[in-house]
Ligand binder design. Structure first.
Ligand SMILES: Nc1ncnc2c1ncn2[C@@H]1O[C@H](COP(=O)(O)OP(=O)(O)OP(=O)(O)O)[C@@H](O)[C@H]1O
Length: 256
């Protein structure tokens, strides 16, 4: 599959540059995601993946470059404005209120994103609609049996799923998944792979992930970042077979 096989990009980052003093953490990085595509970003430690995630989600200001989502220029938009424009990010469970139940976490999230669409509903109708949305999100990520559990007492894998559900509450066009498998055992990882596979039906995904098996299973396209530069982009076969990738990255990983 060629890079252009997915048609017009939904998300387009062009020529992103970020310097920290004399260090260039993002050096003219261009990356796009087509509708329905899972585009994975991999690279060795210090390659600039976190920097890129922070540039895309608006937590770090750019030195140069542009970012367009679904035709809207969000280059200078605040993180909140980016979420409103359709870009949601998973924050590695830091967005979870650990002392609240799964249900209350989800209710808060759907409420926050309900916006003006509920203006004309009576209070009770609004409440039941929100409760239904919260329940639907729990179902989507496989947490329907945990709705009344206190979020902080859930196992790690379930907390990651809740984190994904909280991001989905924003009904994103592009979901930024920052190491969703981090700290997971093989069973939880396999479940997360399944979940991400289902999610692609409703949102495009930019996936940053260290777990190579997961990346190779999920990604339509993989971009390899090295020293703040995209070394190459292509499907799993292309990336696995690229001599420079093997030298700088895959050679140190178990890719069997
Ligand atoms: N706030 C900062 N100030 C100065 N240097 C930084 C800052 N953030 C990142 N860097 C540097 O920028 C480079 C890219 O770091 P970044 O964390 O983006 O890489 P990464 O690919 O996410 O690494 P890892 O896989 O280890 O998380 C590194 O050399 C890092 O030391």
């Amino acid at each position: 599959m060629s890079a252009g096989a997915h048609g017009t990009p939904l998300f387009q980052a062009r020529g992103l540059v970020k310097r920290f003093g004399g260090l260039i953490a993002a050096n003219d990085v261009s990356i796009d995601v087509a509708p329905g595509e899972v585009h994975a970003l991999i690279g060795p430690n210090g390659a600039g993946k976190s920097t890129l995630v922070n540039l895309v989600s608006g937590l770090l200001p750019l030195d140069a470059g542009s970012i367009v989502l679904d035709g809207a220029d969000i280059t200078r938009a605040t993180p909140h404005a980016r979420v409103r424009a359709g870009l949601a990010r998973c924050f590695q469970v830091t967005s979870i209120f650990a002392g609240d139940t799964v249900r209350d976490n989800l209710l808060l999230a759907v409420q926050a994103h309900a916006g003006s669409s509920f203006r004309f509903f009576a209070d009770r109708a609004r409440e039941s609609e929100l409760a239904e949305r919260a329940q639907a999100l729990a179902r989507k990520v496989g947490l329907e049996d945990a709705l009344d559990r206190v979020a902080g007492t859930l196992p790690h894998g379930a907390q990651r799923k809740l984190d994904v559900a909280l991001a989905l509450a924003a009904r994103p066009k592009l979901l930024l998944l920052d190491e969703p498998m981090a700290g997971m055992g093989p069973e939880d990882s396999a479940r997360m792979v399944e979940l991400v596979r289902q999610l692609r039906e409703e949102t495009a995904i930019l996936l940053i992930e260290h777990d190579m098996d997961a990346v190779f299973q999920l990604a339509d396209r993989i971009s390899v970042l090295v020293y703040g530069t995209v070394l190459t982009s292509g499907d799993a076969e292309h990336v696995k077979g690229h001599p420079k990738v093997q030298a700088v990255y895959l050679g140190t990983e178990d890719t069997a």
